[in-house]
Design a protein around this ligand. Structure first.
Ligand code: CP
Length: 315
């Protein structure tokens, strides 16, 4: 089996079989990361342009690492030192980079729909590394990989996403991916940060964190985007923490295990307490490791790789 598209623009519309293929491949490739020499020749001769128009630590570094682990060549774009500063359009920038003969574009951009726009003009495979508040598909995939690793399957799991759902590309990709895989998805947060009619997507809305903590197998805690406070979407950080913060006391009241995820970067002491983020229930750093494996899998499959890693001495 192969992926249907040669782009990864989002998880909306990606089938259960395709997600399973990506996760299976990621589990196979993850073993490479623990080898004494963690490098295979799988993507030798391929070139990846990493274009991050917004800040990133985890996504950018894990894409770069994934490319190096698979022996692809990488070029990294910085908008601050590029001709974007001289007024060049995004489309012109990308068409010029593509003219240098590249195979993949990994792009993060503040505007929703940017990867879809570029897909109309470029022949390269485009991978969405986060577009505005729209989608962050590799984050959704690495979250699902981490859950499958922990629980063995995704079907039937109750995953509640907590925080600013309205502005979260992580939430959207998780919702699409988890529902496709047969998980139950809940959301919980201030009413001003919950999209209207989101129930129509098939998710359950939890107005109170206590109910979410009581019922969920997993809490995926989102970063509170501090700039939203200025626009009046929630009253104060102290009140947010009091109403929705994931604290040790809240988890202790539940009286049984729960799994805690966070895509990072975290605001410790606001949406999540350090005791929880660094505690026994947390899989946050597993998410980060799995991020490298998922991005290796996506690059491998978009390059035309099939379900079994074939025809290569990966040693
Ligand atoms: N999770 C995530 O997208 O983190 P970065 O912004 O650091 O890439």
């Amino acid at each position: 089996m192969q992926l249907k598209s040669h782009h990864l623009l989002g998880l909306e519309g990606v089938s259960r079989d395709e997600i399973t293929l990506i996760l299976d491949t990621a589990f196979t490739l993850r073993e490479i990361l623990d080898r004494p020499i963690p490098k295979v020749p799988t993507l030798r001769g391929k070139t990846v342009a990493n274009l991050f128009y917004e800040p990133s630590t985890r996504t950018r570094f894990s894409f770069e690492l994934a490319e190096k682990r698979l022996s692809a060549d990488s070029i990294n774009f910085s908008s601050a030192t590029s001709s974007t500063k001289k007024g060049e359009t995004l489309k012109d920038t990308l068409r010029n980079i593509e003219a240098m003969r590249i195979d993949f574009v990994v792009i993060r951009h503040a505007s929703a729909g940017t990867p879809h726009f570029l897909a109309q003009y470029l022949d390269s495979s485009i991978i969405n590394a986060g577009d505005g508040a729209h989608e962050h598909p590799t984050q959704g995939l690495l979250d699902m990989m981490t859950l499958r690793e922990k629980f063995g399957k995704l079907e039937g799991l109750n995953v509640v996403i907590v925080g600013d759902i309205e502005h979260s590309r992580v939430a959207r990709s998780n919702i699409h991916g988890l529902l496709a895989m047969g998980a139950r998805v809940g959301i919980c947060g201030p009413a001003t940060l919950i999209p209207r009619e989101i129930e129509k997507m098939g998710v359950t809305v939890y107005p109170h964190i206590e109910d979410a903590v009581a019922e969920a197998d997993v809490l995926n805690v989102l970063r509170i985007q501090l700039e939203r406070q200025k626009s009046g979407l929630f009253p104060s950080l102290r009140e947010y923490r009091a109403l929705f913060g994931i604290t040790r006391e809240r988890l202790d009241r539940r009286g049984r295990d729960i799994t805690i995820m966070h895509p990072g970067p975290m605001n410790r002491g606001i949406e999540i307490d350090s005791e929880v983020a660094d505690g026994d229930y947390s899989v946050i750093l597993h998410q980060v490791t799995n991020g490298v494996a998922v991005r290796m899998a996506v690059l491998y499959l978009l390059a035309g790789g099939k379900s079994k890693l074939e025809g290569e001495d990966n040693g």
